[in-house]
Design a binder for this molecule. Structure first.
Ligand code: SF4
Ligand code: SF4
Length: 408
């Protein structure tokens, strides 16, 4: 089945000039139906995808070292739909070995400073990879500086030995960049503490998207397979709700894959700055006539509509306001005492020591002047007791993001 984009109200107004490519000039995106994470369903869908993209041997050569890069945002269990499902990771690892990889490494850098064992156990990676020859790789090792646009990133030293990157994003709506899928998954390669720094530096959807595109051009995966069996809608990347979509998407072109994934959000790819910028930089194809979407899951993708995130508000704020007054619009953490168990994890992880126990109530309290909005505390809280809220001028709350166990 060939995909027709559901939302097609007007011609593309941005992006590279529209041309009429030959069929061989198109980027192929495979969309395979995958109704559940049962090993049988995942295996069938993965086979369909690999066949559609020309087989894994077209990506991996015998003797190579492969990094399989899932989204391991934090130590969230698989049913929260924050991270890539371990069954998909396991089966991709096995397929990489079958294709002749001599080493398969699996890893990602979480947002907060999370101990490796907690991350790997919590996300189901340890159990899924037991019995395979894959190694879980840590980011808490010596780093090498890498120039990226005007910034300097650091990547683990072992990354220099990687021949092929297979990216396994989770499809989620995203509070700043509208969606997170193929393009944004590479941002996970930036170490956790540095991610906080870049979130503080790039506060608007446009500036963050430009930065993400630079990171993507630096670490361009050879293959992307997105987990949208259960996606996340609402205020992703961590505080939305799981929504079954029932597909895997795969492509050699992550820009085209994200463009097709926009179908599930009922939006035009050109409305997502990250996709538009990546296409304009010739990192992949965005326009409908340059993409061939095929597979048993196309109609399923067209039938869902993920609820948008607060990015719909942020995208209406004129960019000059972000430039002139970067502190005018701020996303800030807020502790909800009714969900808090006073475990102290947030205070322990805060890099600025901005969270201290209130002497009278015993609940944690955030020192606003010390906090630099890195959201490490949000991700560290086991009870979902810390919300992210969008404020105007630091005190008028524009958007509330509910947290708590019941929202997960
Ligand atoms: S209180 Fe502020 S600085 Fe501390 S972890 Fe939370 S967001 Fe980061
Ligand atoms: S991590 Fe969450 S539950 Fe623990 S003290 Fe902080 S807000 Fe409360």
């Amino acid at each position: 089945m060939t995909l027709t984009f559901r939302v097609n109200p007007k011609p593309e107004s941005v992006g590279p000039p529209v041309r009429t490519p030959s069929p061989s000039d198109r980027s192929r995106v495979a969309v395979a139906a995958c109704p559940s994470y049962s090993p049988g369903d995942v295996q069938k869908a993965l086979q369909e995808i690999l066949q559609a993209i020309g087989g894994l041997s077209s990506v991996i050569k015998p003797g190579q070292t492969v990094l399989v890069k899932p989204n391991l945002f934090g130590d969230h269990p698989p049913d929260h739909a924050v991270t890539t499902h371990p069954e998909l990771v396991r089966q991709v690892v096995l397929a990489c070995f079958d294709a002749g990889a001599v080493r398969v490494w699996v890893g990602d850098s979480p947002v907060a400073i999370t101990p490796d064992e907690r991350l790997w156990t919590g996300t189901g990676m340890t159990a899924a990879l037991a019995g395979t020859a894959a190694d879980l790789k840590s980011w808490q090792v010596k780093q090498s500086p890498v120039k990226c646009g005007d910034d300097v990133l650091t990547l683990p030293e072992w990354f220099a030995k990687v021949d092929v990157v297979v990216s396994l994003p989770k499809l989620k709506t995203h509070s700043l960049t509208t969606l997170t899928c193929g393009l944004k998954n590479v941002y996970g390669m930036v170490s956790g503490p540095a991610k906080s720094r870049f979130h503080v530096k790039y506060t608007s959807p446009l500036t963050m998207s430009g930065f993400l595109v630079n990171v993507f051009s630096l670490i361009k995966p050879q293959l992307t397979i997105a987990d949208a069996v259960v996606a996340m809608e609402g205020n992703g990347p961590a505080h939305g709700q799981p929504l079954p979509v029932g597909v895997l998407l795969g492509s050699r072109d992550a820009v085209a894959l994200d463009s097709v994934a926009c179908t599930a959000l009922s939006i035009q790819p050109s409305s997502v700055p990250m996709i538009q910028m990546a296409a304009a930089a010739s990192l992949g194809r965005m326009n409908r006539d340059e993409i061939e979407a095929v597979g048993s899951g196309v109609s399923r993708l067209q039938s869902v509509s993920l609820k948008p995130s607060m990015a719909r508000y942020l995208s209406r704020i004129p960019e000059p306001l972000f430039k002139l007054a970067p502190r005018l619009f701020r996303m800030r953490p807020r502790i909800k005492n009714r969900f808090c168990s006073k475990c102290g994890a947030c205070a322990g992880i805060c890099p600025k020591k901005a969270i201290q126990e209130d002497g009278r109530s015993g609940f944690p309290a955030i020192n606003r002047s010390a906090c630099f909005d890195c959201f490490c505390c949000v991700e560290s809280c086991p009870n979902g007791a810390i919300a992210v809220q969008l404020y105007l001028a630091g005190f008028i709350c524009l958007s509330r993001q509910r947290r708590g166990k019941t929202q997960k």
